[in-house]
Ligand binder design. Structure first.
Ligand SMILES: NC(=O)c1ccc[n+]([C@@H]2O[C@H](COP(=O)([O-])OP(=O)(O)OC[C@H]3O[C@@H](n4cnc5c(N)ncnc54)[C@H](OP(=O)(O)O)[C@@H]3O)[C@@H](O)[C@H]2O)c1
Length: 198
């Protein structure tokens, strides 16, 4: 059992919080109420960022003290949006939000994962007709092992989890967001995950 703080109570945050609670973890969800994120992060060992990517760097850098020594699981995508509200471009081309977070929070172990799929897949990967992939990026092997265990709790089989390497590899998975608006326009909001066919 882990103490987990989920920042953001939207589609992703709410879904992850419910599934992790069902799996037996002690989960606190923080909405945008002043001080809620700091309170939740202070008592948790693992903090999940499920807030909009565009403001995440500023928001999480402000929690530097609360996040010291913790694992920060970043599932967000930092994009600028098009007129239709769908992601249009990367906010950090030539880098990634995860790298920027790791730079801003040197005493926190950042792990990027789950950002390459629509939110229902995060907690129900076995419902897709083909086996999906989920990727891990992060500099700390122990932190990645902890996140791997959480993924297992969410229904991810060992062979569906690919450790890409250090936090720099997050720029690959974050760039995969560029597929998303086109996949949605052609296929609607049917759940999908960006995956590697083997
Ligand atoms: N939706 C997906 O399928 C999907 C898939 C992969 C990754 N992601 C990423 O996951 C993140 C969340 O996406 P989502 O679809 O769950 O978005 P969402 O439904 O709009 O939820 C975002 C949540 O963050 C909250 N929030 C906004 N500003 C905040 C702040 N300053 N402090 C604390 N909470 C704040 C929102 O609160 P209010 O309701 O009060 O605005 C809302 O509860 C995004 O970075 C997105 O790119 C989404």
């Amino acid at each position: 059992m882990n103490e987990i703080a989920v920042l953001g109570n939207g589609r992703v945050g709410g879904n992850l919080a419910a599934a992790l609670t069902r799996a037996g973890h002690q989960v606190t969800v923080a909405d945008r109420t002043q001080g809620a994120a700091a309170d939740a992060a202070r008592t948790a060992g693992i903090v999940i960022n499920a807030t909009p990517g565009a403001g995440s760097l500023e928001r999480l850098a402000a929690l530097r003290r609360e996040l010291r020594g913790k694992i920060l699981v970043d599932v967000s995508n930092a994009t600028t949006d098009g007129p239709d509200g769908l992601p249009a471009d990367l906010l950090y081309p030539g880098s990634s939000l995860a790298e920027r977070l790791q730079e801003a929070l040197p005493e926190t172990r950042v792990v990027k994962t789950l950002n390459t799929m629509l939110f229902p897949v995060m907690t129900a990967p076995a419902t897709l007709t083909q086996a999906p992939d989920v990727f891990l990026s992060g500099d700390d092997p122990h932190a990645k092992q902890t996140v791997r265990d959480l993924l297992t709790d969410l229904g991810w089989r060992k062979e569906w989890i690919t450790d890409l390497g250090g936090i720099r590899t997050a720029r690959a998975t974050e760039a995969a967001i560029l597929f998303v608006p086109h996949v949605i326009r052609s296929g609607g909001f049917a759940p999908f995950a960006i995956s590697i066919a083997r």
